[in-house]
Ligand binder design. Structure first.
Ligand SMILES: [Ca+2]
Ligand SMILES: [Ca+2]
Length: 123
């Protein structure tokens, strides 16, 4: 007897993502293009997730609740050189994109981030 394929909720499982960049302290970094990154406060599946809006500002590392530099202390002053953006991406979505563009204050302050794909190819 062949068991039915387990599908779980493939294609809808939200996966937490933290995008972190390293720059000079005191800057402002903003999400300027986004495909595939959603708000951590999105409604649970099967409701559609809420995309992080363009214009979202990254949180300075001294206030993001993470130990950015791995020294065992969270949000100490020297983490001001980190900027983080927390979101989720959804398994099964994103073979066509999952790209984020982050801009800082200067013309050369540009970071482009591709989220990892943990999803299976569409049939
Ligand atoms: Ca630290
Ligand atoms: Ca921190």
């Amino acid at each position: 007897m062949r068991m039915p394929e387990q599908r779980h909720d493939a294609g809808q499982r939200p996966v937490p993502e933290v995008i972190q960049i390293w720059a000079l302290a005191g800057q402002t970094w903003t999400l300027t293009a986004n495909q595939g990154l959603y708000s951590p406060n999105s409604a649970a599946p099967p409701a559609g997730p809420t995309a992080l809006p363009v214009g979202t500002q990254l949180v300075m590392g001294s206030a993001d609740g993470l130990d950015n530099d791995g020294d065992g202390q969270v949000d100490e002053a020297d983490e001001m050189v980190y900027y983080t953006l927390k979101g989720i991406h959804v398994e099964g979505i994103g073979y066509t994109g999952n790209g984020q563009e982050l801009r800082g204050p200067g013309p050369d302050d540009l970071e482009q981030v591709l989220l990892p794909h943990t999803d299976l190819p569409e049939p």
